[in-house]
Structure formats: C-alpha cells, structure tokens
Ligand binder design. Sequence first.
Ligand code: HEC
Length: 196
Amino acid sequence: MLKFLTGFVVAVVLVLAFGFCYVRFGFVNPRADQPVGRLESSIAMPALDAAVDRRAPETQNPLQPTDANLIAGMNIYQSNCAGCHGDTLHPHTAFGDSFYPRVPQFAEDAPDMPENQNFYIIQHGVRLSGMPAWNPTLSEQQIWQVTTFLSHMDKLPAQVSEQWKTAAAATQANIPSPGASQPASTSKKGMSMPMH
Ligand code: HEC
C-alpha cells in the first residue's frame, strides 16, 4: 500500500513538473494567427461559461427595451464594440478573426446569454482574451443600455434597425480601407479599428 501511494505521489509530481516546464520553457505557441485548438475550445470555452455562471450576480436589468434605450445602447456599441464584434453592415470583421480566442461576431450570431451574465462580462472583461473591462470607461447605466441592445440585436424595432444602419455606414466612412488613398502612417496608426 505504501509503495502504491509513493508511486502515485511521484507520478503526480512528475506530471505537474512536466506541465510547468512545458509552459515555462516556451513550448506553448504564443501566436494568435493559428487555428483555435480543439483542446482549448473544448475546455476553455465551457470553463469561461461556468465561471461567469458562478460569479455574475443575479441582478435584473433595470432598463426597459424602449427605442430610446436601444438607440443609446446601439450608439455605445457602434463606437466601442463594433470594430471587434461586427455590426449590421459588417457582420464579420477580419480584425475580430485576428484574436485568439476569436471575437464572437454578434451580427452573425447574437449573444444569447442571460443579461446579468453579459452585464458582468462587459463590466469586468475576460482575462487572457482581447475583451476589455468596460467599467473604467462606461457608466453602469451605459453598460445596461448596451446589454439591452445585445439581447435585442436580432429582433430590433424597425426604427432602431434603420438608425443602426446609418450609424454603421458613418463608422465605415471613417475607417480607411486597404488601397484607399490614405498615407500608410494614418491608416496604420489611426485610432479607429479596421472593419473590413
Ligand atoms: C478589442 C476587441 C474587443 C472589443 C473592442 C470588445 N470586445 Fe467583447 N469580446 C472580445 C473577445 C476576444 C471576446 C471573447 C472572449 C473569450 O471567449 O474568451 C469577447 C467577448 C464578449 C462577450 C461574451 C460573449 C460570449 O458569447 O461569450 C460579450 C457579451 C462582449 N464581448 C461584449 C462586448 C461589448 C458590449 C463591447 C463594447 C462595449 C465589447 N465586447 C468590446 C473582444 C472585444
């Protein structure tokens, strides 16, 4: 019995030491432009869902999905999120595909998590991914507005949908497209995010 236990402990220590050395001495590929591994998508994504499920407080959205709130949420989304998550005129951004993990493209596949969980992710971000925490830059009210917009994105009233198209077209006009007659320096260093 003692022999078995010793063997077991040694095996566990060896596995942990191997894992540590594998990570610490650079065997993990750091590149973002690689297909997302099957192990990572089958472990990391459910792990994120479970962590958010465990941590997000059971808060109720204090806002009604009125046109005014949806339009406010749309404007926040269009200025802060669309460059990565896509919009009604650019449902799939090449920029979003350059992240690891890839940025979910909401105009193709609307987020279907409960609102308290979307609120929590928007407030706090997701570490080791490109998703920033928005609580330093957006107020609680603005985060609820954009949360409300997200959960109604695939069923927007006609008026909101029209305004979204107008806002998305205006965003596009500010973004240099490849081959446009812009000096390379402004298109590379500009503040706006590429959306082609
Ligand atoms: C710089 C790129 C970037 C910006 C800007 C960005 N996000 Fe994200 N977002 C991500 C990435 C990457 C993920 C995926 C994280 C993961 O799966 O680990 C994500 C995930 C999310 C999720 C979780 C989706 C899911 O199904 O799990 C929500 C909700 C979200 N973002 C909302 C927003 C909102 C709202 C904004 C703007 C206020 C925003 N994001 C701005 C990159 C971005």
